[in-house]
Ligand binder design. Structure first.
Ligand code: MLT
Ligand code: ZN
Length: 501
């Protein structure tokens, strides 16, 4: 997903931007290492050129590493060989899927070896009765959606970069997306995983059956771990049938109080068929119009816009429900204007407004993303208050998100990275979220961007338990270092490395 920026922005090295973070005492890659590792993936190693340069920079073009080696294994066996070697040699690695992480989780900080899963893209099995899909980690979300469509099924989630993001990365970040309100988080649909552990051993947790209560639910540990506990190589997922009756409302709403009213009403009136409840503000709509060249589909402007989608089994029944819902909203004055859409192609087009918001914002400048969970009532207060705090610097602050889960994507857009503004934003934002016992990462993960802020959402005991889990799975700390876990742990892992050398 190569998206140009409107500004001339050269991504500085992450290590230069963060001089306080020291490279762990991992081994430096020698020519022999390069030769051995390249032989494992014969003809699929990259030591220079655009592919390697692109793999070193994140999608938002904020983080850039200096990895001299990109490996593209084609099998679990190859991943296992690579990790076994790196573990012995004490070489740090970064697993990489579609490189669409929005928290810098999928790129190296320094010179870590990049292990790309993109060539592991086979669908292994699909059971048309249970809906159990087993596939390799490098399958793109879109390819799985296309495959399932032909089988009368669908994926239990939908996120913007579906052409490029990969299921292994989706699971590793525990990504959310538009249909969590209907199908739950990635934890709900996961049946099993195959994971290559730090020392190269293979943990086979693949099953195609739903229930298994044999002790610790290990697979869940890898969801949201962003590759810091192991590299996901296979995924088994329960997929829902594709609903024969799908509808969508696109509406303009006069106030946030009305947005909340509509949410409550949707839960009562559309309950069992509700499949998405998305909201974005007027500035987002303007950036969609400007940067995606998509005109406002409504006849007038509104402070808030919403997409409400349903998926059910009885077209006539759902149609009646949606029509009644829309006309009641109109009667109550809860919307300024809006319409219902039921044609597949037209809905696909309307979804592109929502799915491409990240692209629209990125074309405006450098986009600092905050992905936070708040009580529903406070969803947009944070935007208003932050705008007040930043005045008169006034960078563009916008909000959109998955209201059903209280997940707001607060974006601060600047012509170029401005540390002073960033500090001002975060100095206000994180304590604000903590006060409400919200989360500083709803669905994008911690990556490199927010790892030290984990304390705003997790208790010291929670962080301590995470530390112990990390040390159990990856005592040398070679898996995706400098991510997820707070920086004070870096030095501890370094000490352990030293004692083992
Ligand atoms: C979305 O909901 O569009 C994604 O989480 C990406 C984003 O926050 O921009
Ligand atoms: Zn989102």
């Amino acid at each position: 997903m190569a998206e140009e920026l409107s500004t001339k922005w050269e991504t500085p090295l992450t290590s230069e931007q963060n001089p306080h973070i020291k490279r762990g005492r991992y081994s430096h890659l020698t020519q022999t290492d390069k030769d051995v590792l390249s032989r494992i993936v014969e003809g699929r190693a990259c030591t220079s050129g655009k592919e390697l340069a692109d793999a070193n920079i994140d999608w938002l073009r904020i983080y850039r590493g200096t990895s001299p080696l990109l490996l593209k294994p084609k099998s679990t066996w190859e991943v296992s060989k690579i990790l076994g070697y790196c573990h012995n040699r004490n070489l740090a690695v970064v697993p990489q899927g579609g490189n669409t992480s929005l928290a810098g989780g999928s790129v190296p900080m320094f010179d870590e070896v990049i292990i790309s899963l993109k060539l592991m893209d086979k669908i292994i099995s699909f059971n048309n009765l249970s809906g159990a899909l087993v596939c390799e980690a490098g399958c793109t979300l879109q390819s799985l959606m296309d495959f399932l469509d032909a089988e009368g099924y669908t994926m239990p989630y939908r996120i913007g970069p579906k052409d490029t993001c990969q299921i292994g990365g989706n699971m590793s970040t525990n990504c959310g997306g538009m249909h969590v309100v209907r199908y739950g988080s990635r934890h709900a649909a996961i049946l099993g995983l195959e994971v290559v552990l730090a020392d190269g051993s293979i943990l086979d947790l693949v099953t195609t059956m739903k229930k298994d209560n044999t002790g610790y639910h290990l697979k869940h540990l890898f969801l949201g771990a962003e590759g810091t506990l192991g590299i996901i190589t296979k995924v088994s997922l329960e997929c829902p049938v594709k609903s024969p009756s799908q509808h969508m409302l696109f509406i303009g709403v006069p106030s946030f109080q009305d947005v909340l009213k509509i949410f409550k009403k949707a839960k009562y009136d559309l309950g069992e068929i509700l499949s998405a409840f998305e909201v974005f503000d007027e500035t987002v709509m303007k950036l969609i119009n400007k940067n995606l060249k998509l005109p406002n589909p409504l006849s007038g402007e509104s402070p808030y816009y919403m997409i409400i989608a349903t998926a059910g089994s009885n077209r006539r029944h759902d149609d009646e429900k949606m029509n009644a819902f829309l006309s009641q909203l109109e009667k109550e004055g809860a919307i300024q204007n809006g319409f219902k859409e039921s044609r597949a192609e037209a809905m696909k087009h309307l979804w592109s407004y929502r799915e491409r918001i990240a692209v629209a914002l990125k074309r405006e400048g450098i986009c600092y993303k905050y992905d936070i969970t708040l009580p529903h009532e406070k969803f947009f207060d944070v935007i208003t208050e932050l705008r007040g705090v930043l005045h008169p610097n006034s960078p563009c602050v916008v909000g959109y998100g998955h209201l059903a889960e209280g997940d707001i994507h607060l974006n601060v857009i600047m012509p170029q990275l401005d540390k002073e503004i960033q500090e001002k934003v975060e100095g206000f934002l994180y304590p604000w979220i903590q006060n409400l016992r919200g989360s500083i990462s709803s669905e994008h993960g911690l990556g490199i961007q927010r790892r030290d802020e984990i304390v705003y959402s997790k208790s010291p005991k929670g962080v301590e338990v995470m530390r112990k889990v990390k040390l159990t799975f990856d005592p040398k700390g070679i898996l995706n270092p400098y991510k997820v876990l707070p920086s004070w742990m870096d030095s501890e892992l370094t000490q352990r490395n030293l004692s083992k050398l």
